[in-house]
Design a protein around this ligand. Structure first.
Ligand code: 5GP
Length: 189
């Protein structure tokens, strides 16, 4: 029976266990390793939500790599995307000629990923890929391209493993969904 937790008076139910997250992170790292053999990519973590996934992913990757971070505005204290993306911290690395791998915690509408693409592509990277742990297939704008997906999930609000509820609960080891709809999460590509 999946664990339930209560946060700010809302009930959440475990959606993806710590064990399944670990397996998915290893699978993603193996794919990234294979696709980037012989290169030294720059992993760019999107703060704040991706920090735990980012740290786990790059420790599973075995190729040589560099890291940097972008900080974007988040949901704030709400459970619904504001539809506005703002840059709060820019990159410190040189992008030109480099293989760039954007590391996202979750792709919901896809606005953040598209914003990042438009920020980075004009700086002429050699390649630009996106990896996300979670992908809300029913919410994402058509045409949003993501290269590596951990789990494709329904459009429920989720927390844990870096994802917050009003800035809290990022330190939960599993991913929990708001207890409203029946679960139909499936393993991603
Ligand atoms: P997008 O721009 O794709 O709509 O949303 C991306 C960002 O919105 C994520 O990086 C994350 O910060 C936030 N987000 C989207 N869905 C959720 C969710 O279910 N829970 C939480 N905590 N944040 C989310």
């Amino acid at each position: 029976m999946a664990a339930h937790i209560t946060v700010n008076g809302d009930r959440f139910v475990e959606m993806i266990s710590e064990r399944r997250i670990k397996t998915a992170v290893k699978r993603l790292a193996r794919k990234i390793d294979r696709d980037h053999r012989g290169t030294v990519p720059v992993f760019i973590g999107i703060l704040n939500g991706a920090f735990i996934f980012f740290a786990d992913l790059i420790r599973e990757v075995t190729i040589d790599c560099e890291v940097d971070f972008l900080k974007l505005s988040s949901y704030g204290d709400a459970k619904i995307s504001s539809g506005n993306v703002r840059l709060l911290k820019d990159l410190n690395c040189q992008v030109e000629g480099r293989d760039i791998i954007i590391v996202e915690d979750i792709v919901d509408t896809g606005l953040s990923v598209e914003y990042i693409r438009h920020l980075i592509a004009p700086q002429n990277p050699r390649s630009l890929k996106v990896v996300t742990l979670l992908f809300k297939a029913d919410s994402v704008k058509p045409g949003t391209h993501v290269d590596y997906i951990g789990f494709s999930i329904p459009s429920d609000f989720v927390i844990g493993y870096g994802l917050d509820y009003a800035q809290r609960d990022r330190n939960l080891k599993a991913v929990y969904r708001l207890h409203a709809k029946a679960p139909r999460e499936k393993a991603g590509a």
